[in-house]
Design a protein around this ligand. Sequence first.
Ligand SMILES: Nc1ncnc2c1ncn2[C@@H]1O[C@H](COP(=O)(O)OP(=O)(O)OP(=O)(O)O)[C@@H](O)[C@H]1O
Length: 470
Amino acid sequence: MKKLFNDKNKSGLTRDLIEALFPMFEEASAGAIAVDREGCITWINHSYGRLLGLTDLEGALGKPVRQVIPQSRMPEVVSSGKPLLLDIMEHDQQQLVVTRVPFFDEDGSVQGAVAFVLYDDLQPLTPLVSKYRRLHQDLAAARKALAKKVRGTRYSLGDFVGASPAALEVKRRARLAAGREMPVLLLGETGTGKEVLAQAIHTVSARADKPFVGVNVAAIPDNLLEAEFFGVAPGAYTGADRRNRDGKFQLANGGTLFLDEVGDMPLPLQAKLLRALQEGEVEPLGSNKVDQVDVRVIAATSRNLEAMIEDGSFRSDLYYRLNVLEIPIPPLRERLADLGVLCEAILGDICESLGMQVEITDAGVAALGSYDWPGNIRELRNVLERALTMSEEGGLLDADAVFKVLPKGRRRTASSLTPQPIRPLARTLADAEAQAIEEALVASRGNRTRAAKLLGISRSVLYEKLAKMS
Ligand SMILES: Nc1ncnc2c1ncn2[C@@H]1O[C@H](COP(=O)(O)OP(=O)(O)OP(=O)(O)O)[C@@H](O)[C@H]1O
């Protein structure tokens, strides 16, 4: 038997072999053609002629293949000596799946090439193509999820919803923080979005593809905090793991460490944290070696750190170390103009997970504005979730539906009963104006053109006033 792969003829496709295989391929394919080493047609079968719309097959013989089939890549196959095993060729708005193979003489020189049309329409391949597309989409989704997991974040800046002057100022500062390496201190009541913002800053920063590690100081017992932060050396204490256990600092190395409720940190640990931040090194519990760490810290608190410094429960040096860029996040009651956009975003999110469609009316949004939101946006989300469980698919949340689920007893009042100190008239007028603008923005669900109309002023005047308020 002839050796298929000898030195001269590595591909083994001699003319004899091609001739032996040809009838089988020709029979099975939708068309076949052969060219010589110059790329001129030496043979073409009837089925291919029909596919190409050729009336005179004899007339095609001897012609350069590109004269007859402009998109043919046979000249490339003859000149390179390499097959093109699977290709899609367009011809007269048809898509042909073709395979092209060169053949050689005994000396290994290219003698010509043959080509077969495997499919003359892509229909039979549809299940394969759609399966490929589905797998491709799954792969892209999995890659995205994995990238988020590696980053450790769920939120980016777009997730901090709000268009009021106060919310825009928060986002402006967050963007500034993302562009620099400095420590950031986020100040805000519970549920105002401190964690959302910390993650968003990390996601936009140069450390985005490194870990984001969050730790809630208030949630960890004091006696475990040190190990949690700085790690534990093997056998550091009775019952300790034999292996090294990394702390949050080591886990966040290269990335961002989010210290939530930093005001709840006991004083002895504050000193160690300060050292870690100043020196860029941490000492695991029970170890006499230090680990170098490169960590960007974003701290957050709902407590008044300045008052804590006064009463000696927070170190002032640590405060100044953490508070290089301060971002105060206003409570929801101070940015009611964002209620409309917040409702839209939160309802969209909840509805998507429940597979339903429910919207809120302007009166529903205005009803939400009558409450003072001590739990801020987290509470708003809970209230909307409760309202949704009581509403019907495709329904509308109106004021009645909102009042049914709104906690009683924390309504905002238009005027306080306690007498207010007399202030300069200009100040009182400015406050009244700011409140009127805020209420118009609530009523118009953040739509400034509508808000300007409600107030009877032009849009440009409204913008001017908003700029002064921010
Ligand atoms: N501006 C915002 N836009 C959209 N959703 C927000 C916003 N702020 C907060 N949320 C949502 O409110 C919830 C609470 O947010 P987050 O955990 O960031 O608040 P926090 O200030 O860190 O609260 P805490 O101090 O209690 O930990 C989350 O579900 C978050 O998605």
